[in-house]
Design a protein around this ligand. Structure first.
Ligand SMILES: [Zn+2]
Length: 276
């Protein structure tokens, strides 16, 4: 029994020793392998976290974000289109004393040109003499320019003599232009009514300072010539052809020209800062 036990123990222990050795060796190798695997896993898992850039920052040069909208092109006010209204067979308003609107506005425009050129602005007249371009021809002249504003000049048959009123197209008078595609000709002014109003305000203030009885603020009105201008556009109306002679109107011309030039110089800053 004792011998049997001994021999069995030896035999058993021999088997057990082999099994235990293999098991221990296997477990040891398993633990080493598992440990190395876990260590390597932990290092790879931590490595990106330690050096990860801020969320949303560019990862490579090719992923540098670009603005959705490019910066708006800078626009410069460089041109004034002056429109002496009427002309040719159309004399416009005509006084009993023989003053004709078409003559007087041409004088106004010529003086205004000199004052505006003194502000380093280029000036175009829609007519240089006694021609009568159509409304559309005058609008074409204006709309062919870049960085331009448009001023149409009139002398009324009514109103307190020696006063000046400035008009711009009322918002909503022209239906809003579609967002894409070509702008219909008669909606051209719709995109400029706010800037036109600002220009009208600046000119009207200058006129009120120079000509007693003139309003302090400009008027909004549907003006045929302004509707087809795709730029800031105003009408200036001087009173009136009812005077006994041209003298008082001609005397107003230099002050009108100077006031308009100063107003345009102030407007230029607004225009070039994008209407702010
Ligand atoms: Zn007129």
């Amino acid at each position: 029994m004792g011998k049997h036990r001994v021999s069995r123990r030896r035999r058993d222990s021999g088997i057990l020793v082999n099994v235990r050795r293999r098991l221990i060796l296997f477990l040891f190798l398993f633990i080493v392998a598992a440990g190395q695997f876990l260590l390597a896993y932990a290092q790879t898992a931590q490595a990106p976290a330690a050096t990860a850039p801020e969320q949303g920052a560019p990862q490579t040069p090719g992923q540098v974000p670009v603005p959705a909208q490019p910066a708006p092109p800078s626009h410069t006010l460089s041109m004034v289109v002056l429109d002496p209204a009427h002309g040719g067979a159309d004399q416009g308003a005509r006084g009993l004393s023989g003053i004709s609107e078409s003559d007087v506005v041409l004088t106004f425009a010529r003086l205004m040109r000199i004052s505006l050129e003194g502000q380093s602005l280029r000036v175009i007249l829609t007519r240089a003499a006694n021609e009568d371009p159509s409304f559309d021809d005058r609008s074409k002249t204006a709309n062919a320019q870049r960085g331009a504003i448009f001023i149409t000049l009139h002398v009324s048959s009514t109103g307190q003599p020696g006063t000046v009123r400035v008009y711009s197209e009322a918002p909503g008078t022209t239906p809003p232009a579609p967002r894409t595609g070509l702008i219909p000709w008669d909606r051209a002014q719709a995109g400029s009514v706010d800037l036109s109003r600002r220009l009208a305000e600046l000119i009207q203030i200058q006129m009120a300072q120079r000509f007693r009885g003139s309003p302090e603020t400009p008027l909004l009105a549907p003006v045929r010539q302004l509707r087809t201008i795709a730029a800031p556009a105003v009408a200036i109306e001087v009173s009136s052809v009812s005077l006994p002679d041209r003298g008082p109107l001609d005397q107003m011309a230099p002050a009108i020209a100077d006031g308009v030039a100063r107003a345009v110089a102030a407007f230029r800053i607004i225009y070039e800062s994008g209407g702010k």
